[in-house]
Design a protein around this ligand. Structure first.
Ligand code: PEP
Ligand code: MG
Length: 313
């Protein structure tokens, strides 16, 4: 009996009634690759490429990028890898891509916006990703950070496809993107919710300020409203919607996210097994009930407490 329980909590994520939920890893540095590749996951849900660009005076060459991406793609042959294009600016400043004199860097030229200022940065990166993806055996998808309006997502998707890459996605980390997720879903193949930035922008609370942790709590019902909006829009247009912010690492919150309609969860490799176990013990309908409880709570603390109480009941 115990062995059967252990067996039931490995492999692809699914609820007790068999509803599939992709469990994916976040990857943000080359030294994380062995643990990420060894984890029981269906692939990478968020490959943060900033590490290649940090601590440099200029962008890495195309050849250097191809080598770095190929290492990751071959390690995930037979699985999927979602590459996020460069997310420079705000908490990730780069001397060659971001202005040092912006008064509000989190609201400045960051993420996909840097590609408007310097199109060559994105062009080189997409070409390198496409070259590394070819014959790697991995299913490579590409998504853009900090998309605010559908026009940006459409232009990005067009560029991604022009490089022969199979799928283009938009991150939902700006409230405007969640509000208009239906329009994003019409021009993209998938959406991925970055709850770290989505909380920062929804609550006007700097994500690097520990003092504001209450606002940045991913159990905030208003944040969950935005997640539900994006998930509903994805469902209406037949597009998968995942979560790749830190919220996906909390097993109880993962149940809520699935209940809100999220179809994949991407987190640090060490968190996946607890999330998988939590999912295996609940039906999709249970998850929907938990989501309803969280959404109707007055604040993050009671949302968490009420959901945990229901799980324990
Ligand atoms: C996020 O904002 O939630 C996210 C996944 O991206 P990052 O933390 O790299 O900004
Ligand atoms: Mg982000």
């Amino acid at each position: 009996e115990r062995r059967r329980l252990a067996e039931s909590v490995s492999g692809p994520g699914r609820t007790a009634d068999g509803h599939p939920v992709k469990l994916l890893v976040n990857l943000g540095a080359s030294n994380e690759l062995p643990a990420a590749a060894a984890a029981d996951s269906e692939g990478v849900g968020l490959f943060r490429t900033e590490f290649l660009y940090l601590d440099r005076a200029q962008a890495p060459s195309a050849a250097e990028q191809v080598a770095a991406y190929r290492e990751v793609f071959t390690a995930f042959a037979g699985r999927g890898v979602v590459v996020r294009t460069l997310d420079a600016g705000a908490d990730k400043p780069l001397p060659f891509a971001t202005a040092a004199d912006e008064q509000n860097p989190a609201l400045g030229v960051r993420g996909l916006r840097t590609a408007t200022r310097d199109p060559e940065l994105l062009r080189t990166q997409l070409a390198a990703i496409a070259e590394a993806a070819a014959d790697s055996g991995a299913e490579v998808r590409v998504m853009a950070p900090m998309v605010s309006v559908p026009r940006e997502a459409a232009a990005f998707a067009e560029q991604v496809r022009a490089h022969g890459l199979r799928a283009a996605g938009a991150m939902v980390e700006v409230p405007a993107a969640a509000l208009r997720a239906g329009e994003l879903a019409q021009v993209c193949d998938f959406l991925s919710i970055g709850t770290n930035d989505l909380a920062q922008y929804a609550f006007a609370a700097d994500r690097t300020l520990g003092e504001l942790a209450e606002f940045l709590d991913p159990w905030q019902p208003a944040l969950l409203d935005l997640v539900r909006m994006a998930a509903d829009a994805g469902a209406r247009h037949g597009r998968p919607v995942g979560v790749c912010g830190e919220s996906a690492a909390d097993p109880a919150l993962a149940l809520v996210l699935v209940g809100l309609g999220v179809s994949s969860l991407s987190a640090a490799p060490s968190c996946l097994s607890d999330v998988r176990t939590a999912l295996a013990a609940r039906t999709l309908e249970d998850c929907r009930v938990l989501a309803g409880i969280a959404l109707s709570a007055p604040d993050a603390t009671s949302a968490r407490a009420r959901v945990l109480a229901e799980i324990a009941a």
